[in-house]
Design a protein around this ligand. Sequence first.
Ligand code: IPD
Ligand code: CA
Ligand code: CA
Length: 267
Amino acid sequence: MQRSAMQAEDLEVLDLAVDLASQAGAIQRQRYETDFDVHTKSASIDLVTEVDRECEALIVEGLQAVRPDDAVLAEEGSGRDHDESPWRWLIDPLDGTTNYAHGFPRFCVSIGVEYRGTRRVGVVYDPLLDELFYSARGAGAWLGERKLSVSTTVDFGEALVATGFAYDVHKSQDDNLARFAQVLKAARGIRRDGSAALDLCYVAAGRLDAYWEFKLHAWDVAAGCLMVEEAGGRVSNSVGGPVPAAGDEIVATNSLLHAAILAQMKT
Ligand code: IPD
Ligand code: CA
Ligand code: CA
């Protein structure tokens, strides 16, 4: 990343996000496959572990120490409103909790930062692979030293696509299954790996050609959306408009496949 071309405060925010994500990732690595408490939240399949909470506390306390005036939205509830602050941090302390609880090695820390409602900085850290994805508006998306670019796939039949299912899937009729079946029959392959933030980074890195999901939250997508955009991809809602602020509807592609996957979203 060309740090000299970046504004001082963007750099400060990026460095802090990288530091906090790295520290939280280190906790996840240490506690992985050890004994930890697991509780349920909105449904019996919606889990939270003590590691989620420990990581969130570390990040939110770290922010409080250095940037106490910034607003914070954090998944496990320890955020703070600061209506006058132009900066807002959106934190998913452990994205992929079901995987983490089962010892399935795919999870990460996700930190997105907005300035006056515009995505400005994104950091996603996968502690087991030691992969640090980071982006800043206008400065590209990066994986370590490598600048990321989305794939060049133009044919939906050659696309590797990912999605996910919400925690109300046992009860809701609006369960994403019809779209899943449709894309399964049309694309080269489909994945459900259980971490929305990593799915978005993988679109940015060209490892996936497209990704969609419904009923997510702002903290799931805040960092990943900027990553995709800065890698030359496109993010939208399911009809091609902006991704809602709540993050609850997202389609992300290499941009070349955007129209094709939007067509698949009509069920
Ligand atoms: C979940 C993951 C999963 C997605 C779920 C999310 P969590 O986040 O990103 O891939 O399908 O909808 O809620 O609960 O592990 O932070
Ligand atoms: Ca999440
Ligand atoms: Ca989480």
